[in-house]
Design a protein around this ligand. Sequence first.
Ligand code: E4P
Ligand code: PEP
Ligand code: MN
Length: 452
Amino acid sequence: MTTTMSDHHTWRSLPAAQQPDWPDPTAVEEVVAELSGYPPLVSPRECDRLRDRLAAVASGNAFLLQGGDCAETFTASSAEAVRGKLRTLAQMAVVLARGSGLPVVTVGRIAGQYGKPRSRPTETQDGLTLPAYRGEAVNGAAFTPADRAPDPRRMLRAYHASAATLDQLWRLISQGYPNLGQVHGWTREFVARPEIADRHRRLAGEIESALTFLRAYGANPDELRSAEFYTSHEALLLHYEAALTRFDPRTRAAYATSGHLLWIGERTRQLDGAHVAFAESIRNPVAVKLGPATTPDDALTLVERLNPDAEPGRLTLITRMGADRIRDVLPPLVEKVTASGVPVAWVCDPMHGNTFTAPSGHKTRRFRDVADEVTGFFAVHHMLGTHPGGLHLEVTGEDVTECVGGCAAVSMADLGKRYETACDPRLNHNQALDLAFEVAGLFREPSGRAAA
Ligand SMILES: O=C[C@H](O)[C@H](O)COP(=O)(O)O
Ligand SMILES: C=C(OP(=O)(O)O)C(=O)O
Ligand SMILES: [Mn+2]
């Protein structure tokens, strides 16, 4: 597929959902002009390599682990915060690789996840109505008129925060962080916890014996690591994305250089809208979220629009149906898309269809529902003979209390203790590992067992 520079302006003439109410259009144009002169954050070659990796996911030869914050904040690019996220994703990847026997492609929701679509444009507290928080690239989370006023200059800060995060990521990765020996040491500590299920311990034991074998064979697990890591975020703020889109003379195509993989959200995937048109115009691998109201025809049209050349790795479909719907609504979508012959990677987001408000007022999710949606996802793909290609998660390396249940045993009453998310509730480090073990088990027992 060849795209030209003019293609990526088509979106401007189409309705764009979920855009901020910028108070001053001239200020937006000034920011766009400034961003247009900034260096790319990722390179087209890296995007192409990720497309190759996702082609392996689509064909059943790899598994995607995509995860990170719902909404990144400008202060989250500290060395410690980035290190914690890398650590959690690396631990999950090792467990999933052992369970699946497949290479795991790791992609962060990181270094650019600064724009949020919302259910409602405003929020009211004690009689005061202000614009809803739409991510740090738009406004501030504090409920004050000053913070909530959309400010386009925040897009410049989002660029610099992304660059700082990438800098930390590449520094850590080039230092060999984390290596396989370290990763397994942490996993050993995790499974030593008394509340961990025996089947998780058995799988950790298998990793242990694989490492023993490697050592016996003369390899040092402390020198082994995955050198590849990719970034992703929702392509929501089209002024920002277009300003960072660059023509690549090597491939004669336009690439969004704000991140390797960009996705279109459930609230912005309108077929006649600007987001789909923008995604069509870039050469990056792209993904689309599909919620429970998606019809098989909607899915097929998106597939035909976003992957017209039936290129493996170009398109990932991220389903987010809810634990109680997935077994009913996913099969007709998979059947229709499979019958078209266009290759796609199928990925499960078990977070966004399972959100509810706790009595304390916190937005939360139950670990049990999250695990159950993934179980349903595996069962459907097993039944249809298609590949359950990956997980898309909201997750952090910190010991927060935002989702309830799991081995970390966070209760509704605990939610206020460390509820730190800027938007949706994330799995904490232990809940994330618990889920990785559950999912690893699904490769062996695809219809699953009752989740804890
Ligand atoms: O992360 C996704 C969305 O921004 C979020 O789920 C919307 O949440 P809301 O219903 O609180 O607006
Ligand atoms: C907004 C999000 O999801 P969805 O578009 O699936 O609601 C998200 O991933 O944070
Ligand atoms: Mn979210």
